[in-house]
Design a protein around this ligand. Structure first.
Ligand SMILES: *Cc1c(COP(=O)(O)O)cnc(C)c1O
Length: 396
């Protein structure tokens, strides 16, 4: 099977050549002065990606899941009440982590395919007159269902209720692909990882931490050690790490941030919207349906697509890999077997996305899906052809 084909999974995403080179570094002494020269400007530039001036960006050797844990354990105490909505596999896993950490979890149950219900958050916060709720958790982009939620709307509800809880946002599959405004939205803990919008290998959690979150860290009693943000922020302020840093990933992150800022964040977001819209046109042309229940929730980084009744999405994903050497995302949790996912985030271009659409069409046709070969590709082609006002900057 060719390993040259791009992947269409929503993470880990394709690693651009430029980043593979950047990660290929000889050993550097992380206690030597030249490490300071790498770390300080990197952490400063990462703030531009989070759109924060007052916050601090912290990285941990870990996957995104470790970022969740760092956010929770640094700022909360066992028994603290957490308000969170569940609408997919990732929001679900974050809830399970809260439970395992001994937090008291108030879950707003939503249909899979819906986004975070801001008004319901507001209602529960307003009812919490004694401010027992310490944390409000929202998954910005639910990667299992391809749903993007309105974080600003949740913040508005928190403010309207004059509630002092901290706002925690899972931005793992949105940061660097979709607009994210840590300061403007009043996010206290923003969690991301290296292998989605940053286009790197897995292995780093990347967090945005507000000044209010650092204050909470002073009294929070959940045990943490490796993930202590005070140790990390303290060492980072002196240009080093409390333990050996994952140097190749940090060098990759340096180059990834360069790429994002060179293209321009607005351009990056517009490209993702454009790629996603082409995929959505294809889905429509196939006569299939997205998991996302309303256009306002359509994700620009991943589309989850229901297969027709009587078909098994796992079989489709397996077949696409076996027959054509191309990976698509399987359905997770409640939509396992019922939906497959096309990840369209990271280094992709119109041309690469068209190749993915063409491939999944072949796989569907092979398995007897009632679709016309080329129909989805043509719909995306028409869109990409006519939507030329966005000049694509080539990823080099
Ligand atoms: C990928 C992802 C995570 C983190 O997963 P890891 O495998 O631990 O990196 C968390 N939340 C969302 C929404 C994700 O897409």
């Amino acid at each position: 099977m060719s390993t040259q084909n791009p992947v269409f999974i929503p993470g880990p995403t394709n690693i651009p050549e430029r980043l593979r080179h950047a990660m290929n570094v000889p050993t550097m002494d992380h206690r030597a002065p030249n490490f300071v020269k790498v770390l300080e400007p990197l952490l400063a530039d990462l703030k531009k990606i989070f759109k924060t001036k007052s916050g601090t960006v912290i990285t941990f050797p870990s996957s995104g899941t470790g970022g969740w844990e760092a956010a929770l354990t640094n700022t909360l105490s066992p028994g603290d009440k957490v308000l969170v909505s569940r609408f997919g596999m990732f929001s679900q896993r974050w809830i399970e982590m809260c439970e395992r950490l001994g937090l008291e979890v108030d879950v707003i149950e939503c249909a899979w395919g819906d986004g975070a219900p801001a008004a319901e958050y507001g209602k529960r916060l307003a009812a919490d007159t004694y401010h027992k709720i310490k944390a409000v958790l929202v998954t910005h982009n639910e990667t299992a269902t391809g749903v993007t939620s309105d974080i600003a709307a949740v913040r508005k509800e928190m403010d309207a209720a004059e509630h002092p809880a901290l706002l925690y946002v899972d931005a793992v599959s949105s940061l660097g692909s979709m607009d994210f405004r840590m300061d403007e939205w009043g996010v206290d803990l923003a969690v991301s990882g290296s292998q989605k919008g940053f286009m790197l290998a897995t292995g780093m959690a990347i967090l945005g931490v507000s000044p209010k979150a650092f204050i909470a860290a002073e009294t929070a009693e959940c045990p943490r050690c490796f993930f202590d943000i005070r140790d990390m922020a303290g060492a980072n302020a002196k240009g080093n790490f409390p333990y050996t840093p994952p140097l190749p990933l940090l060098m990759g992150l340096r180059e990834s941030v360069n790429m994002l800022l060179e293209e321009g964040l607005d351009q990056v977001f517009a490209r993702h919207h454009r790629l996603a819209e082409g995929v959505r046109r294809a889905v429509d042309a196939w006569g299939l349906r997205l998991c996302a229940n309303k256009p306002e929730w359509y994700s620009d980084s991943v589309s989850a697509i229901y297969v027709p009744d009587g078909f098994d999405s796992n079989e489709l994903v397996n077949h696409a890999f076996e027959a054509y050497g191309v990976s698509f995302g399987v359905g997770l949790g409640k939509v396992a077997g019922k939906a497959f996912r096309i990840g369209h985030l990271g280094m992709l271009t119109d041309t690469l996305v068209l190749s993915g659409l063409a491939t999944i069409e072949m796989a569907m046709k092979d398995l007897g899906y009632p679709i016309t070969l080329g129909s989805g590709v043509a719909a995306a082609q028409e869109y990409y052809r006519h939507d030329k006002h966005i000049a694509l900057k080539k990823a080099s």
